[in-house]
Design a protein around this ligand. Structure first.
Ligand SMILES: N[C@@H](CCC(=O)N[C@@H](CS)C(=O)NCC(=O)O)C(=O)O
Length: 255
């Protein structure tokens, strides 16, 4: 059994360079990227990225448990953490949205969807690519958890306590952080049309999920018009629509 670390970007290709071409002429099917896709999840971003790049890909679909909303155990056969997205490509298994985006652009992007190295736009691109999962998602996840705690099964006398603690955490920590981040993002989109500059990049794809989640459950609304306009712009992109058609259920695509 390989180690968990070995799965992060597991390379079975036995080629010299990290992303070098397989030696033999492979069939199109063998070279096709496989996206292990969970319904209503971050892997929708990977489908969208591949549609923007016009790359062929195959989807293996996994359904969330209707009660727990967790991924099925079968996803752990692809990667030990059992989270989505995961892709397999040319014998490699790659997890973590940001790492997948970087890998796909490096290996198949031909310079598209990210600014040239050394430019100010590239620095902004890198910042937003990491900000999405590193900073924007944690308070959104905390909000989801603390919103749900008081409704969970528990002894009746514990419920007011659970409600009080949840309210306190939300009011004093989670919501102030969320509001500050939304203000910051709203302000940044006043500087350029897209997060990294005047051109649409994969950083916008990566930023889509926290903003869609914020619009669905964290009070992102018309009071932040640039963020709402961003959501409208991405939702109107033909590649976004194609990815939705192929991916199946995704309840975050409203604006
Ligand atoms: N930071 C990771 C997060 C992966 C993640 O948490 N994915 C969620 C879907 S949005 C998942 O697989 N949830 C199902 C579960 O935890 O069982 C990434 O961006 O790839």
């Amino acid at each position: 059994m390989p180690t968990a670390a070995g799965f992060v970007a597991r390379d079975h290709a036995k080629t010299k360079g990290t992303y070098s071409q397989p030696r033999s002429a492979s069939t199109v099917a063998a070279r096709m990227i496989v996206v292990h896709h969970l319904d209503n999840s971050r892997s929708q971003r990977v489908l969208w990225l591949l549609e923007e790049l016009g790359l062929p890909y195959e989807i293996r679909k996994y359904r969330r448990d209707p009660d727990t909303l967790l991924a099925p155990a079968s996803l752990r056969e692809v990667h030990p953490l059992g989270k989505s997205p995961v892709i397999t490509d040319e014998g490699r298994t790659i997890a973590e949205s940001g790492a997948i985006i970087e890998y796909v652009l490096e290996r198949h992007g031909r310079g598209r969807l990210r600014p040239a190295p050394g430019t100010p736009e590239r620095l902004r691109y890198t910042y937003w690519l990491h900000f999405a999962e590193g900073s924007a998602m944690p308070p959104l996840l905390l909000k989801l958890i603390f919103d749900e705690i008081p409704g969970r099964p528990m002894p009746f006398f514990a419920r007011p306590v659970a409600r009080g603690i949840s309210r306190k955490v939300l009011d004093t920590f989670v919501m102030p952080n969320l509001q500050r981040q939304l203000d910051f993002m709203e302000n940044e989109l006043g500087k350029s049309e897209w997060f990294a500059g005047p051109a649409f990049t994969a950083a916008d794809i990566q930023m889509s999920f926290p903003l869609e989640a914020a619009a669905q459950r964290a009070e992102l609304d018309a009071s932040r018009p640039r963020l709402m306009a961003f959501l409208q712009r991405i939702h109107a992109r033909p590649a976004y629509r194609r990815a939705l058609e192929r991916g199946g259920p995704y309840t975050f695509a409203n604006d």
